[in-house]
Write a protein that binds this ligand. Structure first.
Ligand SMILES: *[C@@H]1O[C@H](CO)[C@@H](O)[C@H](O)[C@H]1NC(C)=O
Ligand SMILES: *[C@@H]1O[C@H](CO)[C@@H](O)[C@H](O)[C@H]1NC(C)=O
Length: 460
């Protein structure tokens, strides 16, 4: 009671109303983030702070799945789920409630400075596609903001429907879902997924919601102790593609930067199953999530990298370049490769004390580069320079850059590559000049031009 009293005294009525609306409106839809989601947001910090921010984590919502929005100099409406490239201006149109974005005006186009580009270039990973995680967070935060605005529009309606705040409290208590902890929610979701009484849709919805919770390191550990991780691993060879897909999604989220989960997952056989998915005929959506989970499994975990090589994982990834219909995975594979190579290099270059020695020993046993050269990844990677998207090329150029030390001879004899590089050089010379005319001295295209020129020079 006193808890409620304190909440009610500090809560803006609006906040409670918004929460009620979100609970009521999402109640009927299983594929929404379940009502529990909206209600667990009813934590004190949320209620006190009107400008509350959702705790959006680095790999939130598998940004791979965000569709890309291509901004112009005009404001354009962003469709739900679309992600906006770094540096775009985003606003909420208060009349329509739509989110809109455009390219920055050149006089204040400083939002895309060389420094920001640098940060972006410094951090390429499979999951962030063309965007820094910062950018994605911002975009996601915008989306939430506009959701909030939409809810506000319903406020009046709800004010009529619901009785005074005192009765609201009772409504909440009747719903009996207040103040559930993440732990309790995960137990329920796992139960839902694991129950033979659940329909396929209910299982998928449970996985979809679990993915949200396991992002948090502590939740992921709880998930482990509840037996959830093993259920996901078993789900990887479900006969239902949609369950495989979502199990891999949850797994990838739980694995991200979580050594404890990484160890358990590899011991539970996750690596083999992910490779089976990638090596066999599967819907693209399933492969995509399997690659996401594989990447989360391998990053910063040299033991898994070693096992991956032993199991022929690199050949499996290589085979994706011979399959039809999975072209969208190519850049992600190359980015993963880049990350793994650079991760090892950085460690070898770093000043390290004794405690790093063991890690370095482990990395020494990851013979990634020899396998890369042997399987002729040099050309697989450089062929991707022919892709039309600048962001793709940016990643590929970086990868060619790190492969240069091992692939130089191969590249020197590659006539197609030298043609491609010349074309890229002319294209970026032009774009960089235009950029400069618009007042951006250290722009994106200049940077790309620099990468192209460096490669051309090294091949002389
Ligand atoms: C899943 O269900 C099976 C069979 O009912 C049960 O034995 C198992 O403990 C459940 N697993 C989890 C993690 O709840
Ligand atoms: C998945 O694989 C495990 C072990 O490899 C096996 O026990 C289980 O029956 C398989 N499940 C399905 C649905 O094939």
């Amino acid at each position: 009671m006193s808890h409620w009293a304190s909440i009610l005294s500090t809560a803006a009525k609006v906040n409670l109303l918004i929460l009620v609306v979100s609970a009521v409106f999402s109640w009927s839809s299983l594929s929404d983030r379940v009502p529990e989601f909206a209600l667990t947001k009813l934590e004190e910090s949320d209620i006190k702070d009107d400008s509350r921010k959702e705790p959006i984590t680095e790999d939130d919502a598998d940004p791979e799945d965000l569709e890309v929005f291509y901004p112009t100099h005009q404001w354009q409406t962003i469709r739900p789920g679309q992600a906006v490239p770094a540096g775009s201006h985003v606003r909420l149109n208060l009349q329509t409630g739509d989110r809109e974005a455009k390219l920055p005006d050149s006089e204040n186009g400083k939002s895309d400075t060389r420094e920001e580009r640098r940060k972006r270039l410094g951090k390429v990973d499979v999951d962030s596609n063309a965007f820094t995680s910062q950018e994605l967070k911002k975009v996601l935060a915008k989306m939430k903001e506009s959701e909030k605005a939409e809810r506000k529009a319903h406020e009046e309606e709800v004010r009529k429907k619901f009785r005074p705040i005192e009765q609201l409290k009772e409504e909440f208590e009747k719903l009996n879902v207040k103040m559930e902890t993440d732990y309790e929610i995960m137990v329920k979701l796992i139960g839902k997924f694991n129950s033979s009484a659940s329909t396929l849709d209910e299982k998928v919805a449970a996985l979809y919601d679990l993915e949200y919770y396991v992002h948090q390191v502590d939740n992921a550990k709880d998930f482990l102790s509840m037996g959830g991780l093993q259920l996901m691993i078993n789900g990887l060879n479900s006969t239902e593609a949609v369950l495989k897909e979502h199990a891999a999604f949850v797994l990838g989220a739980a694995l991200s930067s979580n050594p404890k989960v990484q160890i358990e997952a590899i011991e539970g056989g996750a690596l083999q199953k992910l490779l089976v998915i990638l090596a066999t005929e599967q819907p693209l959506a399933v492969k995509k999530k399997a690659l996401f989970a594989l990447s989360s499994m391998l990053r910063h975990f040299p033991y898994a990298q070693q096992q991956f090589l032993k199991l022929g994982g690199l050949q499996v990834l290589r085979s994706l370049f011979r399959q039809k219909g999975v072209e969208t995975l190519h850049v992600r594979v190359v980015t993963l490769l880049y990350d793994l190579i650079v991760e090892k290099m950085l460690l070898e270059d770093s000043q390290h004390g004794d405690q790093m020695e063991e890690k370095i020993q482990q990395y020494r046993q990851v013979k990634l580069v020899p396998a890369v050269v042997e399987q002729d990844w040099c050309v697989v990677v450089s062929n991707l320079l022919a892709m039309p998207e600048h962001d793709t090329r940016e990643k590929v150029l970086k990868t060619v850059g790190v492969l240069m030390a091992f692939c130089k001879e191969r590249y020197r004899g590659d006539q197609a590559l030298s043609t491609t590089l010349s074309l890229l050089r002319s294209e970026y010379e032009e774009l960089a000049a235009e950029e400069q005319r618009e007042g951006d001295k250290d722009g994106y295209f200049k940077e790309l031009l620099g990468s192209v020129n460096t490669i051309i020079q090294e091949l002389r």
